[in-house]
Design a protein around this ligand. Structure first.
Ligand SMILES: Cc1cc2nc3c(=O)[nH]c(=O)nc-3n(C[C@H](O)[C@H](O)[C@H](O)COP(=O)(O)OP(=O)(O)OC[C@H]3O[C@@H](n4cnc5c(N)ncnc54)[C@H](O)[C@@H]3O)c2cc1C
Length: 302
């Protein structure tokens, strides 16, 4: 099939892009990398009357650090983030990006487009939620920021209004004593995940570690939970290794699995299989995150 006819505009300033979108009375759509939107148009799952191409808006192409965050503008390609040394400040991005589709798709697809598209099995929304990132949105009423954990409101649904443009994602730069993990299970590499996890562990001086897991592909949106108590319950002391934690944790993650994994089963996996995948992946990746956090703390203090 071919896309239904649409008008196409390519404004060169953010103000013009917002104006063009607002002038369509809800009938317009932003196009960034086009890797998700183009198939949607071709299958006529959406029939926007106007496409607002934001790629000529220079200010949306920035990839920079400021004030302790990595800021990724709306037209920054996933491949650029994957390879730019500036992204090393956010190690979870480096762990997650190779899992996003295929290299060719990442050459065009944008990080922000993936957030706006909000596929429940997508990797980057989970990264944003795990890190408690902030999303900047610009609309006719001005600029606002939305915490990533409140941005995703359902399957392919977000806090964006019809006239809003997602202008940037701000991710916290990792600090001393932080470690991360990421993994997913898909039928083939490049497919959307049956289940996946992003993890973060932060060591606190004199206290027990803070641990967070975000699961994706298991609900209608990425789902995040504090699992500090679960991690603390399996820690045994200096002999802790990623492998040992990865073996012990799945047994204590049953309650978390029951809460977080609520998707109906489908042709690829039942709900109970996804719960099992979650427990195993989360255990393993929390173990790795813990070990990396310890290494990060040691590196800075030696
Ligand atoms: C074969 C295939 C496999 C894929 N596998 C994966 C995968 O494993 N994991 C994964 O996460 N993704 C996957 N994708 C999707 C891909 O990563 C897309 O690049 C990404 O989801 C969307 O980014 P984009 O820049 O191409 O957005 P577009 O296609 O341009 O837009 C997607 C949607 O977001 C909206 N949008 C985009 N940018 C903005 C903005 N700045 N403000 C407001 N709305 C905006 C558009 O209106 C549209 O509704 C796959 C795609 C294909 C075709």
């Amino acid at each position: 099939m071919k896309a239904a006819p649409f008008a196409y505009v390519r404004p060169s300033s953010l103000a013009d892009a917002v104006g063009e979108l607002a002038s369509t009375d809800g009938g317009g759509k932003v196009i960034a990398g086009g890797q998700s939107l183009t198939p949607v148009l071709a299958m006529r799952l959406a029939r926007p009357d106007t496409l607002v191409d934001i790629n000529a808006v220079e200010e949306l192409g920035a990839l920079r650090t400021r004030g302790g965050v990595l800021e990724i503008g709306a037209t920054v390609r996933q491949r650029r983030v994957e390879h730019d040394p500036i992204s090393r400040g956010v190690p979870l991005l480096g762990l997650a990006l190779p899992w996003v589709g295929h290299r060719e798709l990442r050459s065009r697809g944008t990080v922000c487009g993936s957030l706006a598209h909000a596929d429940p099995a997508a990797e980057l929304p989970a990264v944003a939620c795990c890190l408690d990132a902030e999303i900047t949105v610009t609309g006719p009423a001005g600029v606002r920021t939305v915490p990533a954990r409140r941005f995703f409101t359902g399957a392919m649904t977000t806090a964006l209004g019809p006239d809003d443009i997602l202008t940037a994602l701000s991710l916290p730069i990792a600090g001393r004593g932080e470690g991360f993990g990421f993994a997913e299970i898909a039928r083939r590499h490049g497919d959307f995940a049956l289940a996946g996890v992003a993890t973060r562990v932060r060591l606190r001086e004199g206290g027990s570690p803070e641990a967070t897991v975000t699961a994706f592909g298991v609900s209608d949106r990425p789902v995040t939970r504090d699992v500090s108590a679960e991690l603390a319950s399996v820690l045994a002391g200096p002999q802790d290794t990623a492998e040992r934690i990865g073996e012990s944790l799945p047994d204590v993650l049953s309650e978390a699995a029951g809460q977080l994994v609520d998707t109906d089963g489908d042709a690829h996996a039942s709900r109970s299989y996804r719960r099992r995948l979650f427990r195993v992946l989360a255990g393993r990746e929390l173990g790795k995150a813990y070990e990396r956090a310890r290494r990060s703390a040691d590196e800075v203090s030696t």
